[in-house]
Write a new protein. Structure first.
Length: 322
């Protein structure tokens, strides 16, 4: 087992003074069962309001766009309406573009970047594309500032049939009627310091595997699709975003977060194989943004702005191809 020093919030002083080999839920080498998942869930406190932060900001948009319900999550008596926004008059001859945020609920700039795009920029593209924006795919996780859903499932590894995550299943059902019509999909994410201090150790414990420490890239980067690489598209986004925040540099091995850098600030994942949100439309142009909000070289505001710039740059690029 790989041993690293991880300090958890509920540890006492003597615990913090020694290396920690395992997440404080479960038994090393054994995947979690229902008891461990219930214990994990009991530790997740509601820290912010989806209704206040997201739904309330969507209401004023009803005068300009169509705000639609595409499902509802019910977790332990709590109800979360899932809402998306259709921009423009949706003429069939216009290409469809999907923007998603909050697939991982703790990735704040993705949610607020999608909302700000809707509030300030979406109308400018209404006559050119059929825009569909789902700003917060995982509201239960958004409120608890966590990566996983109520069932300790990562929605961004659950875009397959059947899906183990209701959040992912609802989004797939939303876009299914438009199969083959999407030109682009921009999925807004963050890579945070808590990925290394909390979520990766938790995942290793949940899956009964040893935790192997990694590194967090300092800066913005993008994830392209191994099966459908679009280097010019990714490069256009990087060039736009670097005007508002810094781009991550590869490590000495030429990698970002353990994957080879294929272009400046760009790596590639097998989106469909891994069940990632970026695979949900089958669009020609897909990208997953990764903002690093914990960097001393940026701010929360700049992180949100970077997400908005990324969406606009992606739209400008793909619409120029039509």
């Amino acid at each position: 087992m790989v041993v690293s020093t991880i300090i958890y919030p509920d540890m006492n002083t003597s615990d913090a003074a020694r290396p920690v080999a395992f997440y404080p839920i479960g038994t090393p080498g054994q995947p979690w069962g229902t008891e461990e998942i219930a214990l994990w869930r009991s530790r997740q406190a509601r820290q912010r309001s989806y209704a206040d932060d997201v739904l309330r900001r969507l209401d004023p948009l009803r005068d300009r766009h169509e705000v639609l319900n595409y499902g509802e999550l019910v977790y332990d008596g709590e109800r979360y309406p899932l809402q998306a926004v259709r921009v423009g008059d949706w003429r069939s001859e216009r290409p469809a573009v999907l923007v998603t945020g909050g697939v991982h609920g703790y990735e704040t700039s993705g949610v607020h970047g999608a909302l700000r795009f809707l509030e300030r920029h979406a109308a400018a593209y209404a006559g050119q594309a059929r825009l569909l924006v789902a700003p917060c795919v995982s509201p239960w996780a958004y409120e608890r500032i966590h990566r996983w859903n109520f069932h300790a499932v990562d929605p961004n590894r659950a875009f397959g049939d059947p899906s183990p995550a209701p959040e992912s299943a609802a989004l797939m059902a939303l876009v299914a009627p438009l199969a083959g019509q999407f030109l682009a999909h921009v999925d807004l994410h963050e890579t945070t310091d808590t990925d290394e201090s909390e979520y990766r150790p938790a995942k290793a414990a949940r899956d009964g595997e040893p935790f192997e420490p990694g590194t967090i890239p300092d800066g913005f980067y993008l994830v392209d699709d191994v099966e459908n690489p679009q280097p010019a598209f990714q490069r256009a986004i990087i060039e736009a975003v670097e005007q508002v925040t810094h781009i991550a540099e590869a490590d000495p091995q030429g990698e970002l977060i353990g994957s080879p850098q294929v272009d400046r600030g760009v790596i590639r994942y097998p989106l469909r194989e891994w069940g990632l949100c970026g695979s949900v439309t089958g669009a020609r142009y897909t990208t997953t943004t990764e903002v690093y909000p914990d960097s001393p070289r940026t701010t929360a505001e700049a992180s949100i702005h970077a997400q908005v710039v990324a969406v606009c740059a992606a739209l400008d690029f793909v619409l120029a191809q039509v």
